[in-house]
Design a protein around this ligand. Structure first.
Ligand code: SF4
Length: 389
């Protein structure tokens, strides 16, 4: 007798797909790959093959290299000089599948609450001079931009986790990538946001520096998606963020999404206390909070690793405004930060400013240590991280 396989029951009314079949990929602003490497598993379904072909056709000048025996994490670029490798990676797109794209973070020895996150993309095409991701082990040796094609599998994993937890649970997109930088190419938002809208428990929190919101505005999101933008004042962006949209453009995108009913949050991180930072950040907060309806603001400072900071110094020189202020000893969680007193001074100043502008606004801190959260005039920020609902 033949057994019939039963499909798992999903707590979700939307069956996930790899991508929206009628979606026409468009080029992603600020990204112009010289090479596209197609890796193992990319052609495992007809839909995925179609998406590979459609993405390749958007960049007719890019070299297409098939490495179909190679998983995405085995790709290597033929260059060893660190800065050359970094910029070659930023112009290389790797297509593949990611079997463990849904994970629970494992921060220890800081106050990060740990949270679920997922990765339909890897890394990003932008060029933030302080980027900590650039120095992490998965990226340092092969800093390419990745698109994972098995989106339906990734969403099924999210469904499984959320259904087991059986309570509203956030899944974060933006920990190991920019959430929307490549959305014009993939149209993934048009699958992902309806998936979360139809899910009983799973909720999406997305973090981006992009302005690629065209695909989002007409979606019925049911407020199950929270959009957050990583922002800094124009003076800081001009000095430390290259090849990405200006803060004014990002704020305009936030406003458009807030008008479309999405809960919108700002993550001001890393705050960089350059000379005159008090006035620079005050003016920026007045503009941001006066023009955009926000549900939460999260503040954070540099919390990086040696490998990433070496890359920063290759880009900006050893005496750059970040390196000059950093403590050289590592914190308990292995990260390098500004001295405690400086961090506290910055947080107290900005929290006071935000409270005077918007007394009811939730304020959180990102990746901080216990001493900071326990300090007078800062302790009210506990439990408002951007990765939490
Ligand atoms: S957007 Fe994020 S991942 Fe991309 S370069 Fe900037 S800091 Fe790095």
């Amino acid at each position: 007798m033949r057994c019939k396989m039963r499909r798992p029951i999903m707590a979700n009314s939307v069956q996930p797909a790899d991508f929206s079949a009628d979606y026409q990929p468009r080029s992603a602003p600020y990204f112009s790959p010289d090479a596209i490497i197609v890796t193992k598993g990319s052609y495992q379904t007809r839909q995925q093959r179609n998406l590979v072909e459609a993405i390749c056709s958007v960049y007719p000048k890019a070299r297409i290299i098939e490495e179909l025996d190679q998983p995405h994490n085995r790709v290597r670029l033929d260059i060893s000089e660190p800065l050359g490798l970094h910029y070659r990676g930023k112009r290389t797109l790797v297509l593949g599948i990611h079997k463990s794209a849904v994970r629970y973070s494992d921060e220890e020895n800081n106050m990060c609450p740990n949270y679920w996150h997922f990765s339909p993309y890897g890394f990003c095409p932008y060029d933030c001079q302080y980027c900590y991701l650039a120095g992490t082990p998965g990226v340092k040796y092969c800093p390419v931009v990745k698109i994972f094609l098995n989106l339906a599998q990734i969403l099924s994993q999210i469904d499984r986790v959320a259904s087991q937890l059986a309570e509203p649970t956030a899944f974060y997109l933006g920990k190991l990538q920019d959430a929307l930088a490549l959305d014009p190419l993939t149209g993934y938002s048009r699958v992902v946001i309806p998936f979360f809208a139809g899910h009983r428990y799973a909720r999406l929190i997305l973090l981006t520096k992009s302005v690629n919101v065209q695909n989002l505005l007409d979606l019925d999101h049911k407020q199950h998606t929270i959009l957050s933008w990583s922002l800094n004042p124009p003076e800081i962006c001009a000095a430390f963020e290259k090849n990405l949209p200006s803060p004014g453009e990002r704020i305009e995108s936030m406003r458009r999404c807030a008008d479309a009913g999405y809960p919108a949050r700002a993550v001001i991180m890393p705050i960089i206390p350059v000379d005159g930072w008090q006035n620079i950040y005050s003016e920026f907060l007045e503009n941001l909070l006066g023009s955009t309806p926000l549900s939460r603001v999260t503040l954070g400072q540099i919390c990086s690793y040696t490998g990433a900071l070496k890359l920063t110094e290759r880009k900006l020189g050893r005496r750059n405004p970040i390196s000059r202020r950093l403590e050289r000893t590592r914190c308990n969680d292995g990260r390098i930060r500004f001295p405690l007193e400086l961090r506290l001074e910055v947080y107290r100043y900005l929290i006071d400013k935000i409270k005077r502008l918007k007394p009811q606004l939730d304020i959180g801190l990102c990746m901080e240590e216990q001493q900071i959260f326990e300090a007078p005039n800062v302790e009210s920020t506990t439990g408002c991280c951007n990765c939490l609902l």
